[in-house]
Design a protein around this ligand. Structure first.
Ligand SMILES: Cc1cc2nc3c(=O)[nH]c(=O)nc-3n(C[C@H](O)[C@H](O)[C@H](O)COP(=O)(O)O)c2cc1C
Length: 236
């Protein structure tokens, strides 16, 4: 760590992973700038393609800027809500879990701008330039894969942010609804054309308690060697 004043975490990495649930109910109390600095330092330790570090982290604390971004999030989230309502509850969630997620989501619609800090991880995405000596079909495959590889260079940093927040006792949640209104968000932030936002993360002290998170069991989602062969320790 580059700074001796970093706050030491009281919890282990695994405890953070198991309890960093989506925190959508946040207090308006200010967050010390030192903690935001520490979170950003954690973010930039993340892996990224070619170690080019084409990322940019917009920290929004100005009240008027937060209000404008919050208003955009609120407006577009109602469209996303319609999609969620259309899809209905996924089988892996109980009614109570689904209701809790939806009520948290709805709460955040109206309170995104109230969080003391909004963190917006971005990437500078320049057009993919490929040399002529790469076979044409490989170049085509590279272009097709580009959107995935682009996002893959920022979400590891986003997860570091989530875990750093948890370690420091701060709540956050990865949200992406705002991307429907990407151009409006870019205008508010004055972002240049080549910068794309990938997440909008409110950060603040939590009003509700951390985890444990609830997930489908490993036996349903991990396989070994071939599709259809469930992973287990005994299958090694
Ligand atoms: C790609 C992605 C996009 C998400 N977008 C939103 C969002 O726009 N709004 C929101 O409230 N939560 C959003 N979430 C949070 C998820 O709803 C949350 O991670 C999930 O319900 C699990 O919550 P839990 O960790 O509390 O169990 C997003 C999560 C991911 C990974």
């Amino acid at each position: 760590m580059d700074n001796d004043s970093s706050v030491k975490s009281e919890i282990s990495l695994f405890e953070a992973m198991y309890s960093a649930r989506a925190m959508r109910w946040l207090k308006r109390d200010p967050v010390p700038p030192q903690l935001i600095h520490q979170i950003l330092e954690a973010a930039i330790q993340a892996p990224n393609a070619g170690n080019r570090q084409n990322w940019l982290f917009m920290v929004v604390r100005d009240a008027e800027q937060r209000r404008r971004i919050g208003a955009i999030y609120q407006r577009v989230s109602h469209w996303v809500l319609q999609r969620y309502q259309h899809q209905g509850k996924p089988d892996c969630q109980s009614e109570a879990e689904y209701d809790r997620m939806m009520s948290g989501g709805l709460h955040l619609f109206d309170h995104m701008g109230d969080a003391p800090v909004l963190l917006i991880p971005c990437l500078r995405i320049t057009p993919l330039e490929l040399p002529e000596n790469i076979p044409v079909e490989v170049r085509a495959a590279m272009r097709e894969a580009y959107p995935w590889t682009a996002g893959a260079s920022i979400y590891p940093a986003v997860q570091n942010i989530i875990l750093a927040c948890r370690a420091l006792g701060l709540g956050t949640v990865l949200t992406t609804n705002h991307t429907i209104a990407e151009n409006e968000i870019k205008e508010v932030l004055g972002l240049p054309a080549e910068v794309t936002t990938f997440a909008l993360m409110p950060i603040g002290y939590p009003e509700r308690s951390f985890g444990p998170v609830k997930r489908r069991p490993l036996s349903e989602v991990a396989m070994i060697d071939r599709y259809g062969s469930p992973f287990s320790v005994n299958s090694f």
